[in-house]
Design a protein around this ligand. Structure first.
Ligand SMILES: Nc1nc2c(ncn2[C@@H]2O[C@H](COP(=O)(O)OP(=O)(O)OP(=O)(O)O)[C@@H](O)[C@H]2O)c(=O)[nH]1
Ligand SMILES: [Mg+2]
Length: 696
């Protein structure tokens, strides 16, 4: 049973990074060194406790974020640490998104050789969206070519992070063996045999460097902490180590500094100091004293204290199907407490649900709990109607918490069942998969009658198809992959739209003066705004307030089908200036339909443009293949943005339309004798070039 402990000793943290930086390897070490597990699993051997799905084991990568927890003593106090190990591959970015939404802090990993990589930038941006405080861990310090300070410089330049080393690496005979802590000046080296640290004197050649970096760090801390500044200038020696730690902690919690540590998880070097830093510097749930939300009754903003005695409120951030196809929902409790057997309200549906059991998760294993409290991350099998992003709350004190940002799928593939008899089974399977994964969508092409599955990339769809076949036993034929297009209105126009149907049957009447066009850039800059910017300028009740939401709903539905080829609109700004109603026939449906018709009449005249996904591509290749690689990227309509030399390999940066990148993995492999590698992520949407070889 989960014991109630002081909330200030609880840490809910995520481990995030570019693919292959060592997140899962580090998580395995954390579990081992904290005594939670007695054997270290390795991702490349397929026996990690965290990566348990079949494709995770086969490919040696993480696909689904997994939660676990452990304990660690810092300054004589037992800290409880909940950890979510996230995937680095960009196709599974939703896993990072939902984890960061509910976590209080994160450990950001870097490969000490590769430094800041494309996906490092993506996860950093995601963490900024949810204001998550961070500490950085420069992993793989054992690799030849590792460079601690270059990575720190890249964090500053490329991420804009105020990164500060709080350790210096100890290198002996060209090998990374330990670290010196800059605040305590303690030097530790790890024995390869036992994986345990030994205290040692600071190596002579590091003495000067330690003092230099220590003073720079103290100065930075003092300059932001008025209480410390005077004492620092007067008599810096009077400030105790714990005071410096407290000062650093508050800088981290306010996100004004990112402390950086060095380590080599795979070699079991310098993992324990990271655990100390998690306890010392990352926030507890109490560092965010209250959670904001909306009162669903009146849409007013309200607050709920992070307090087990406050009314219960939680956010469901993940729903998966367990081995027996039951829905397992993960949620973070923000306030109050929850006991097995309690009933809660799903604030979105307005329905009551009963929590018959509660679990604490360790990867794919669960332990039953009687009760859970504010700050905890738990799971339940009994939420039948609840989806990812839903708020669950005390029946008597509903609150709607901020949901999470879900990126749009960028590509799709048409599928059909091999045996018609499996058609129903396919529908059911797809619905369940879409429930688990908000970035996986199912669409039907009305004209061809085909089913199109959409996702974040080729790997994402490959995993889905694998699940269809192996977990659900549905055999499908697969078509050519297609990218997901958008349409954009380039102009703004205004029109008086009418809907009048008053001859026979129930009447419908609505009139509206609307202006339609693309949304403002400032509006789109905040992804939580969505794609529809709706502005109500109606005065004097010419359209009653109660009907306005139906106008909005009409445009929201309509914008899913663009005027060129029926692709969704990238954005739509609707300004509702005026309107007219009829005493009897102005029903909600009339305004909804009028909005849809008016959109259809206007959209084709607003200079619509077709948009395709554009990828930011990074190809690494040995020098001899550079010409081939660049020539090939050019043929794929790629724009070469630059290249740099990195440890004897050339890294080419380019922007290439996604549609041209299908099958690139195997092409690159064969054209570089297996030595080229690449990664890509969505850069944005761009107008389709008329010369493009493909058809929308
Ligand atoms: N040399 C060296 N290799 C490491 C270190 N840490 C991890 N690795 C190796 O790097 C590879 C990737 O490690 P993972 O832990 O699976 O990486 P990850 O960040 O979890 O990867 P994804 O979850 O797929 O994004 C494995 O082969 C690890 O053994 C390290 O400190 N030094
Ligand atoms: Mg992993």
């Amino acid at each position: 049973m989960m014991k109630r402990r002081a909330l200030h000793l609880l840490r809910n943290i995520g481990i995030v990074a570019h693919i292959d930086a060592g997140k899962t390897t580090l998580t395995e070490r954390i579990l081992y060194f904290t005594g939670k597990s007695h054997k270290i699993g390795e991702t490349h051997q397929g026996n990690s406790q965290m990566d348990t799905l079949k494709p995770e084991i086969e490919k040696g990568i993480t696909i689904s974020a997994a939660a676990t927890q452990t304990e660690w003593q810092v300054n004589g106090q037992t800290h409880r640490i909940n950890i979510i190990d996230t995937p680095g591959h960009v196709d599974f970015t939703i896993e990072v998104e939902r984890s960061l939404r509910v976590l209080d802090g994160m450990v950001m990993l870097f490969d000490a050789v590769a430094g800041v990589e494309p996906q490092s930038e993506t996860v950093w941006r995601q963490s900024q969206r949810y204001a998550v405080p961070a500490i950085a861990y420069v992993n793989k310090m054992d690799r030849p070519g590792s460079d601690f300070f270059t990575v720190i410089q890249q964090m500053k330049d490329q991420l804009g992070a105020n990164a500060w080393p709080i350790q210096l690496p100890i290198i002996k005979d060209n090998a990374f063996v330990g670290v010196v802590d800059l605040l305590s000046r303690e030097a530790l080296v790890w024995s390869k045999e036992t994986g345990q640290a030994q205290s040692t004197a600071i190596p002579a050649e590091l003495l000067e460097s330690v003092e230099f970096h220590r003073n720079a760090l103290l100065e930075e801390l003092a300059s932001t902490d008025e209480a410390l500044l005077d004492r620092y200038l007067d008599q810096s020696n009077s400030i105790r180590e714990e005071e410096w730690q407290a000062s650093l902690r508050s800088a981290v919690v306010q996100r004004s500094m990112v402390p950086v540590l060095a380590g080599a998880a795979y070699k079991n070097i310098a993992v324990q100091p990271l655990l100390d830093a998690i306890g010392l510097y990352l926030p507890s749930p109490l560092d965010t004293p209250s959670t904001e939300g909306l009162d669903p009754g009146n849409q007013q903003s309200i607050e709920r204290a992070v307090d087990p005695e406050a009314p219960f409120a939680g956010l469901v951030f993940k729903v998966i199907l367990d081995e027996q196809n039951r829905r397992l929902s993960f949620f973070r409790i923000y306030s109050g407490r929850l006991a097995a057997g309690d009933s809660i309200l799903n604030v979105r549906t307005g329905k009551k649900e009963r929590i018959s059991q509660l679990y604490q998760m360790h990867a794919n294993k669960r332990t039953e709990l009687q009760e859970a409290f504010a700050g905890d991350i738990v799971a339940s099998l009994s939420l039948k109607q609840t989806r990812t992003g839903d708020t669950i709350a005390d029946m008597k004190a509903p609150i709607l918490l901020e949901s999470l940002y879900v990126p749009k799928p960028v590509m799709g593939v048409a599928i059909e069942v091999v045996k018609t008899a499996q058609l129903d089974k396919l529908g059911l399977a797809l619905a369940r998969l879409a429930e688990e994964d908000p970035t996986f969508k199912v669409a039907h092409n009305q004209e061809t009658g085909q089913t199109i599955i959409q996702g974040m990339g080729e790997l994402h769809l490959e995993i889905v198809l694998d699940k269809l076949q192996h977990d659900f036993g549905v055999a499908v034929n697969i078509g050519q992959p297609q990218v997901s297009y958008f349409e954009r209105l380039q102009e703004t126009g205004r029109q008086w739209g009418r809907l009048k149907k008053q001859s026979g049957g129930p009447g419908l009447f609505a009139e509206m003066d609307v202006e339609l066009g693309p949304a403002d850039p400032a509006f789109l800059a905040d992804p939580s705004n969505g794609r529809l910017q709706f502005i109500d300028k109606v005065v004097g009740g010419n359209i009653p307030k109660s009907l306005i939401p139906f106008v909005e709903k009409g445009f929201r539905t309509a914008m899913e089908s663009g005027p060129l080829a029926g692709h969704p609109l990238e954005s739509l700004k609707v300004t509702l200036w005026d309107g007219k109603t009829h005493s009897k026939d102005s029903k909600p449906l009339a305004f909804e339909l009028c909005a849809q018709n008016t959109y259809r009449e206007m959209a084709r005249d607003l200079a619509p443009q077709l948009l395709e996904p554009l990828m930011q591509v990074e190809v690494q290749t040995p020098e001899p293949y550079l010409g081939t690689v660049i020539g090939d990227l050019n043929r794929r309509r790629g724009l070469i943005k630059g290249q740099r030399l990195e440890h004897g390999r050339i890294v080419v940066h380019a922007e290439v339309p996604l549609v041209e990148m299908f099958g690139y993995v195997s092409h690159l492999r064969s054209s570089t004798a297996g030595r080229g590698t690449f990664n890509m992520q969505l850069r944005g949407y761009t107008a389709v070039n008329k010369l493009a070889t493909h058809q929308a």
